[in-house]
Ligand binder design. Sequence first.
Ligand code: CO
Length: 439
Amino acid sequence: MTSYSPRAAAQTLLDFIAASPSPWHAVERASHELESAGFIALDETARWSLRPGARYYVTRNASALIAFTLGSDPAQGITLIGAHTDSPGLRVKPQAADRQGDLERLAVEVYGGPILATFADRDLSLAGRVVLDTPEGLQTRLLHIARPLLRLPNLAIHMNREVNEAGLKFNKQTELPPIFAISNALTSAQRFRALLAQELNCAAEALLSWELAVCDTQAGVFWGAEEEFIAAPQLDNLASCHGALRALIDSPPSPQTALIALFDHEEVGSESSAGAGGSFLNDVLERIAQQQGLNPEDQQRARRQSFFISADMAHAWHPNFPQAYEPGHRIRINGGPVIKYNANQRYSTNAESAARFMALCAKTGIPCQHYAHRSDLGCGSTIGPILAARLGIPAIDIGSPLWAMHSLRESAGAADHAWLIQALSAALQRKSFEQKKAR
Ligand code: CO
């Protein structure tokens, strides 16, 4: 197992996040890392021919990715890690520009559940994908404008006297559109299209459609007296995507298949072709089973040998808001991976899956922590229960400690990411750990 210094692991995460301002960028970056490590690209429309011990990846909608190392013994089933590529925020509408007075604003829709106030007074920009009409046919291009392009200036306190008592609120339709230009002779629509065309080095007439997210331009940093913390956009859930990716790349082939699935649309309920509620994972598992020559019964038997780890961020205890937490389950930053529990199945963990993960952490010398939400607050959920239900595979929900979940700029511990990678690597090689223990 590759071992990382905590600092190096956190730095590779910040680099991954910098390259991944949208789900499409995250999948492109992950694909590059997999290809450099010898993974072979598969196409869902092509015929597959898989060899035991070889490593593959496949994408759907260019925003979800499944990668795996095929095991030599199909009967041993699969260890799967799931995470999500999307983050809550603002997405651009098809009629993207909206003139008010002599200013051009961006028409945006709220995607998922961001903390909207964190978008104010920041150096914002755009990232996503654009479809062009070219002589060769439709062409999809990624777009990431790295410079500050957009801004949502606050209302001065002189006009919003109660802001510190009542909180910073934005009406989603009228007060949230960021400003991007002072109007000129062009119409709003022409102005926006000219901007994209310039960035993509194409004719404005070639622009057909787009999916664009508002992103932050500030790079991730280490902070604190000993630089013991990190801050960055999209730690939820690119930290888990990156941890799963590194764990798979680092894990040698084994009798059991090791697989990671990075889904889109978790923040909006997962019901899409690229989401955890869609057919992507099951379709790939079916094809793997066919390639392995498993009949339907043996496929079911192998599935029951499988184990699913849903990796998503966990709420770290915040000293300024102790009343927000369950006192018996304070999660420490730099305290190691967190197992998440919820009797109402908002998390998929059960006693047996928790014990298995605890044993793996103990074997590899990694601390682990245990989280339960306050009983008088609604608990968030993950892809864990969705996939546990769809696949009928024992599952667990884990993740690294995080402050300010769904802020445009979240923060976490600089030491936790190395532990996450090690824990996920151990999980992908769990058979060898569990067999060693049995001996
Ligand atoms: Co998440």
